[in-house]
Ligand binder design. Structure first.
Ligand SMILES: *Cc1c(COP(=O)(O)O)cnc(C)c1O
Length: 240
């Protein structure tokens, strides 16, 4: 594991970084004719210390994302503040699945039935539910996880068949092509939106309306294509 990051921003710069990120989101909403309230900012705090998370909370940020269970479980109890919601955005091993319910409100990276079954069982046991997004590997990048575009419908069929009472299926998530051109990014994010609409209609899913897409380098393109959640790390907390 990496040590304490040395590039972590100070509290005051986290506050001003947040102002700038919110401005970018507002400008993009303006440009693409979307209401600001449609886009939720998830601050990705992976590899940054609890003090940075507290600084962001002080600056009004409430949604946070982590991509490693162990790391997140060390931080979450340190910032038990009403209104704070945690999002799990990383790959999930089946032996860690039981840690999501009760700690995370949102799970962005469902891609396998067996792991979904484990998360759901634990949620049912705890009497809670996890708002869940399916990760789609739109650009078929072998380095990325997620179900393929063509595998999405079969996976949803399996999930519905299994009747997972601990999960609320809320939409889709993707990671845009790293260093992609404007066109490539728009195409990737636009495809995710179309997939969301077609599967929602195909299966008659209620509340299947969330699109988690866009990060520090491509949030504008994602907002242009309908993102409802942008996952922003380095523009808020500094480099990792
Ligand atoms: C790290 C991470 C982010 C944030 O990336 P930045 O480029 O730092 O904004 C977003 N989504 C996922 C899945 C990540 O792992």
């Amino acid at each position: 594991m990496a040590g304490i990051p040395s590039n972590t921003s100070s509290s005051s710069s986290i506050a001003s970084n947040l102002v700038r990120v919110r401005e970018r989101i507002a400008n993009a909403c303006n440009l693409y004719g979307r209401p600001l309230s449609d886009v939720r900012l998830i601050a990705i705090s992976k590899k940054h210390p609890v003090e940075s998370i507290r600084a962001a909370i002080d600056a009004g940020q409430l949604d946070f994302g982590e991509n490693q269970v162990q790391e997140a479980l060390g931080k979450i109890p340190e910032v038990e503040i009403p209104g704070v919601q945690w999002h799990y955005i990383g790959p999930l091993q089946s032996n860690k699945a039981k840690h999501l319910p009760g700690n995370f409100h949102w799970w962005h990276t469902l891609n396998r039935l067996d792991i979904a079954t484990r998360v759901s069982s634990k949620a049912v046991e705890l009497g809670t539910r996890v708002e869940t997004l399916i990760q789609v590997n739109v650009v078929n990048d072998p380095a990325k996880s997620g179900v393929s575009s063509s595998g999405l419908s079969p996976l949803i069929a399996q999930l519905l068949e299994a009747g997972l009472g601990g999960l609320d299926l809320r939409g889709l998530m993707t990671i845009g092509p790293h260093g992609g051109s404007e066109d490539e990014l728009r195409q990737c994010f636009g495809s995710l939106r179309e997939l969301m609409e077609t599967t929602r209609d195909q299966f008659g899913l209620e509340n299947f309306d969330q699109l988690s897409m866009g990060m520090t380098d491509d949030m504008e393109q994602a907002i242009g294509e309908g993102a409802t959640m942008v996952r922003v790390g380095s523009a808020i907390f500094g480099s990792r």
